[in-house]
Design a protein around this ligand. Structure first.
Ligand code: URA
Length: 193
């Protein structure tokens, strides 16, 4: 299997779909490569494209606050996206773009071997949990896939657009906190590395 470094180098040179033409940076992923918890968004927005780091724009600020509510932060989780390059005007990534890119996330997941995967929003949930996933009905539910516990919560951008999604999201975060306590309590400890 590839190493993290080989994968990141390959990914950063990718020309596998037309998003390569319009990107500023490939947004590979960020966080702890030893983490038991993997968070997956849909794709980079404007700030992410400019900086090359996931979830650094307005949605990212909210994501950081959501993590801190359950005693997590970027040193304790790994964060990636379904597509690594920004879709123009932040449109949903096309299926063809997802197909071209998903292999990178598969290798990231194989290297990380997370115990818990949290899909941020419907695009990631439809791709990774169930093609017919309904985020309004199924957010916060738990699914097991290949021995990994998976759930989806509303995308932080959706919560910013519609604050009425806040209370449900808080409940879902508490469920994630409980799952972390059960399956990987060490994830909550300070990480000096
Ligand atoms: N939205 C996403 O889905 N991913 C990011 O990295 C930023 C915003």
């Amino acid at each position: 299997m590839m190493t993290w470094e080989e994968l990141e180098q390959t990914c950063k040179q990718c020309q596998g779909c037309p998003l390569a033409e319009t990107r500023t940076h490939v947004v590979f992923g960020v966080g702890n490569r030893q983490a038991d918890i993997l968070l997956i968004g849909e794709g980079p927005g404007e700030q992410e494209d400019l900086q090359g780091v996931p979830f650094v724009g307005p949605a990212g600020k909210l994501l950081d606050r959501m993590l801190s509510l359950i005693d997590l932060d970027r040193t304790k989780v790994y964060i990636a996206n379904i597509v690594k390059c920004r879709p123009p005007k932040n449109r949903d990534p096309l299926n063809t773009e997802q197909d071209a890119c998903i292999g990178y996330l598969r290798v990231q997941t194989a290297l990380l071997r997370p115990k818990i995967i949290v899909c941020l929003g419907r695009i990631a949930a439809m791709r990774l949990i169930d093609k017919d996933f309904r985020i309004t009905r199924q957010h916060g539910q738990w699914f097991e896939r290949a021995g990994v516990q998976m759930t989806a919560i509303y995308h932080p951008s959706a919560v910013l657009r519609d604050p009425e999604k806040g209370p449900d999201t808080f409940v879902d975060l508490k469920s994630i906190q409980e799952k972390v306590r059960q399956l990987c309590p060490d994830s909550l400890l300070p990480r000096p590395w």
